[in-house]
Design a protein around this ligand. Structure first.
Ligand code: DGI
Ligand code: FE
Ligand code: FE
Ligand code: FE
Length: 188
């Protein structure tokens, strides 16, 4: 297995400096959330560091992986936003020898979420959304909610994401909608 230092170098080599700095901030934020929520701090930090590892790969890399791994063929229609976590996690195995399923699943779900998410998965999902350089209307509410309750943060984020996708007329991946329905759109 690679040391933490070596993983940092591997991530840096794949990304622009701007995106690499984002990964370092997500790592730090994930470690804090892990500590506050009784989750393994090292696992959360590594998952945070690696979450966007595949973000800057060309579309054809993802399309090849979707086909060779016989993933949901509909994934092809949704673009980098959906691919880099869900599909990109495969590259963590083949390129970085990461086989820890808790880490892999946290990376897989970091953009679209899931109806059921482990605390580690929720932490990476939220750390990506509220890391200190994030600046969008509502980010301070998101930070406050997440500090109070991880699940409230998840609810806030998926509602925000669905709203954003619909506003701009982007296609919603069915799992994004399933996450929304499970966390937000519950009939009382
Ligand atoms: O990788 P980051 O920029 O740090 O953040 P992210 O992984 O949370 O989000 C990446 C993008 O993915 C974001 O612009 C929103 C987009 N996205 C999330 N869910 C969906 C989606 N795009 C489409 N088309 N469909 C989705 O369901
Ligand atoms: Fe991402
Ligand atoms: Fe996110
Ligand atoms: Fe990210």
């Amino acid at each position: 297995p690679y040391t933490h230092e070596a993983l940092m170098a591997k991530v840096a080599a794949q990304l622009t400096d701007k995106r690499y700095q984002h990964c370092l901030r997500v790592e730090t934020t994930a470690r804090k959330l892990a500590k506050a929520n009784g989750v393994d701090v090292e696992l959360a930090g590594i998952a945070g560091l690696l979450h966007d590892y595949a973000k800057q790969r060309p579309a054809e890399t993802f399309i090849d992986l979707i086909k060779s791994h016989r993933m949901d063929p509909n994934l092809v229609s949704y673009g980098n936003g959906v691919w880099h976590g869900y599909v990109g996690a495969e590259l963590l195995k083949t390129e970085l020898n990461i086989y820890n399923e808790a880490i892999l699943n946290a990376v897989r779900l970091h953009t679209v979420g899931a109806p059921y998410m482990t605390k580690l998965e929720q932490i990476v999902f939220m750390a990506d959304f509220i890391e200190p350089a994030r600046d969008f209307p509502g980010v301070d509410d998101a930070r406050k909610l997440t500090k109070q309750s991880l699940a409230d943060g998840v609810r806030y984020q998926i509602q925000h994401t669905l709203d954003y996708l619909v506003q701009k007329g982007a296609p919603v991946y069915p799992q994004t909608l399933a996450t929304y329905n499970a966390w937000v759109g519950q009939v009382p």
